[in-house]
Design a protein around this ligand. Structure first.
Ligand code: GLN
Ligand code: ZN
Length: 768
């Protein structure tokens, strides 16, 4: 029996990697300085795992930016435009682009790693491209580990996951056609690793957790058969995670690998499926992913032991490994760092385990499974039982009032009083907006001053009164600005908000916040997701004060601004003792109460942002419907408590609607604002083909760049939109919030936006 961890967070306790890398980028430290920081980090990572009793610790899971980008370098999969660069300059140019004298290269694309919030660099492929092996990183890390006395297991991304996660950059070929050129490079890699004397190699193929075509399945079989023909002493661990093998199980069981890793957190039933499967060879080792790599909760040892017992009925002890469900990259680093965090109740603290604590869990589980108990093991086991029992029964979690409300929910709670067309008439009468009404998505520039004042207030260096009057001043100036520019539906500007989830989480019961619970999101960017530990409820209104203050300043309608239940859920660590849909409905009820209070306070337009609805989609298509049903249902609960004449907006900022457009329509928001400017309105096709029934604001300029769109550009986009959609349903707005922009460009851009809308109205009046 072995204990195994699939990978470990690399950012460091104090985000040392982030700081060093950013310092390197702005040239305040040298490449040598950067590499000494990373060397120390790796040593600490290995030592921690070893100290905690992990048998198989990883190497090559460390990365300066991203492990898929590292794999591109290892396999020589480097797009032509970077070929003149080398070393770190090339590496970071691939990640972030490079602009300097005579060089102007665009970065590679970045996208979400499966259903996590981690973003990887998307490999680029062209027809007949060549690959070439570069083992510098892998070999160096192995050498470094060996010098410290650690026998590390390198981790690489498997050929099919690598190919399928990438993109063809030329038409007329399929990237799987490159497999024949890619496999020899992998073979050479395995041989080199063998020569170094490595015993185990972990090959990650999480693509096995998705739907694969028969050609893709064949490509998997072909690859691993090819690896098994190599004369080498390296034993292969095939790691799948984030879901079960599903339809790919039969094939996975037949692959000539030594160890098969299963994520039993995401899919508990697969252990039975495997043990009973006719193609399962009991000589194979199963690595049981029992400790959740993607959440913050303490493992339930009794449940885990039950899994191990089950495996023991069919397998020799030596063929059972105990591990993390996936890489621990997705969990915060160390709960001990929260020692002085008074906001997390000590009772709640005992329910938590971050990456470092998860190592101990894995090691202890192995000892229990082997019957190697001693006082220490017994004590930890006992503590684990008590903590889990306490968590089930704790008063902190359970709120009968919330549970009763959830029980009492009926279809009616997710339905507006009247259908859209009736509401539309009433809203037109109440709001008296012109055609092509103009609005923004919510936030206005978060200047240095705004951020500094908030930080000072948080640290207690600025009084509540002083802070409030600062926010008042900013809000008022923003209202005046919007009036002057001539926008139709105004916003308050969100100056009081740090982050669109944190702001709400901080005011809701059932949430706690860590001080150091950072998780890598992409490159040096880290996020600190809130933890939803208990029933969610809203003790007092959260946004009414600032929204109604803004409304009191103007005769024009101000749009209340809320984050939707699915987005709050999606960007938090969620409790695992009830279904996600139940937790989501609890959040939905809290938002619903807020929506109703905003209405009572006189706001006639309320926006509920749901930028994360798409990223919650399960990895396998047959599970989509179930998710979309509850996610859309939760949004509807949050939006349906108001009068017909109150206008509900929603906002989403991503680019793929085609496959979920029906569900988007099912949300039944009166107005949806979406990103479209970067694709020149192409995205609208989904809405047009589907005949999207409600009002829609296709973003007419890209807020991700400081570039000010000209009036003509915006008008052209609006012309396009008006040819595709009924003009009376069209809104005019930027494609996302303006918080990352500066005032001067925001002013010019919005002036142009308002003038373009005017032009459109003129054109229309000449027509009728
Ligand atoms: N209302 C938010 C803002 O304007 C929306 C942010 C988002 O879509 N991610 O900042
Ligand atoms: Zn957005």
């Amino acid at each position: 029996m072995k204990s195994i961890v699939l990978g470990y967070p690399r950012i460091g306790e104090k985000r040392e990697l982030k700081k060093a890398t950013e310092n390197y980028w702005n040239k305040s430290i040298s490449e040598d300085d950067l590499s000494s920081v990373t060397k120390v980090l790796r040593e600490k990572i290995w030592k921690t795992q070893d100290d905690q009793g992990i048998d198989l610790i990883s190497s090559n899971d460390f990365s300066l930016y991203d492990q898929v980008l590292d794999m591109c370098i290892t396999l020589g999969c480097i797009p032509e435009r970077f070929k003149d660069l080398n070393g770190l300059e090339q590496y970071f140019a691939m990640a972030r682009g490079l602009q300097k004298e005579g060089v102007d290269v665009r970065a590679m694309e970045m996208t979400k790693w499966f259903d996590t919030n981690y973003h990887y660099i998307v490999p680029e492929f062209i027809k007949n491209q060549n690959f070439s092996l570069n083992t510098e990183k892998i070999a160096n890390e192995l050498k470094e580990a060996a010098e410290l006395g650690f026998k590390a297991k390198p981790v690489i991304i498997g050929p099919i996951t690598f190919l399928l996660l990438g993109k063809e950059k030329q038409k007329g070929f399929n990237r799987l056609e490159l497999l024949d050129k890619l496999l020899p490079v992998y073979e050479a890699l395995i041989k080199e690793i063998d020569a170094i004397g490595v015993e185990y190699l972990q090959i990650d193929e999480p693509i096995l957790a998705t739907d694969l075509s028969s050609i893709e399945q064949l490509a998997i079989t072909k690859s691993y058969e090819c690896f098994s023909n190599i004369k080498s002493g390296v034993k292969l661990i095939l790691a799948n995670y984030f879901d079960c093998y599903g339809e790919n199980l039969e094939l996975a069981l037949k692959l000539p690998v030594d160890v098969l890793h299963l994520d039993l957190v995401r899919c508990a039933s697969q252990l039975d499926d495997i043990l009973c499967h006719k193609s399962f060879n009991t000589k194979k080792t199963l690595s049981l992913g029992l400790v959740d790599g993607r959440n913050v909760w303490k493992n339930d040892f009794e449940k885990s032991i039950a899994f191990i017992q089950k495996a023991k009925q069919k397998l020799k002890e030596s063929n059972i490994w105990i591990g993390s469900s996936c890489s621990l990259l997705h969990s915060p680093l160390d709960l001990d760092l929260e020692e002085n965090n008074k906001e997390i109740h000590s009772e709640i603290k005992q329910w938590l385990a971050f990456a470092k604590q998860k190592l101990e869990e894995i090691a202890i589980l192995k000892k229990i499974a082997l019957g190697q108990s001693n006082d220490f093991v017994d004590q930890i086991f006992e503590e684990n039982k008590i903590a889990n029992k306490n968590r089930r029964e704790s008063k902190l979690i359970h709120n009968q009032f919330v549970k009763q409300r959830i029980e009492a929910l009926t279809d009616k709670d997710g339905k507006r009083n009247s259908p859209f067309l009736t509401r539309q008439l009433l809203q037109k009468a109440t709001l008296s907006l012109p055609v092509f009404p103009t609005t923004t998505i919510g936030s206005f520039p978060q200047t240095k001053e705004v951020r500094q004042n908030r930080a000072k207030f948080k640290k207690g260096k600025l009084s509540q009164e002083a802070y409030d009057s600062f926010i008042e001043k900013e809000t008022e100036a923003t209202i005046r600005f919007q009036e002057e520019v001539g926008l139709d539906v105004l916003v308050h500007g969100e100056f009081e908000r740090n982050d669109m989830v944190e702001y709400f989480g901080e005011q809701l019961d059932g949430f706690v916040f860590t001080q150091f619970g950072w998780v890598q999101s992409y490159g040096t960017r880290c996020v600190k997701p809130p933890i939803i530990f208990g029933d969610v409820c809203r003790p007092t209104p959260m946004t009414v004060k600032w929204s109604s203050f803004a409304q009191s300043l103007t005769k024009k309608p101000v749009k209340g601004m809320l984050t939707g239940p699915v987005t709050i859920l999606q960007w938090s660590f969620v409790r695992n003792d009830q279904s996600r849909s139940t937790t989501c409905n609890q959040i939905a009820l809290a938002i619903r109460d807020e929506v109703c209070d905003l209405e009572k306070a006189g706001l006639k337009v309320i926006q509920i942002d749901e930028p994360a609805i798409r990223e919650g989609l399960p990895l396998r298509k047959n599970e989509w419907k179930m998710y979309l049903d509850w996610a859309v249902g939760a949004f509807r609960i949050s939006a349906s408590g108001v009068k017909d004449s109150t206008q509900i907006h929603t906002h989403m900022c991503y680019s793929e609607f085609n496959d979920i457009i029906e569900s988007i329509a099912d949300m039944d928001a009166d107005v949806i604002t979406i990103e479209t400017s970067r694709s020149e309105m192409e995205l609208l096709n989904a809405f047009v083909d589907f005949k999207y029934p409600n009002e829609i604001g296709p973003g007419v300029y890209d807020i991700h760049s400081p570039r000010v769109p000209t009036q003509v550009e915006i008008e052209n986009l609006l012309d396009k939109a008006a040819r595709l959609l009924p003009y009376e349903n069209i809104w005019v707005n930027p494609d996302c919030g303006l918080k990352t922009r500066d005032w001067p460009e925001t002013k010019s851009a919005l002036e142009n936006l308002v003038q373009s809308a005017d032009k459109m109205r003129n054109k229309l009046s000449q027509l009728v």
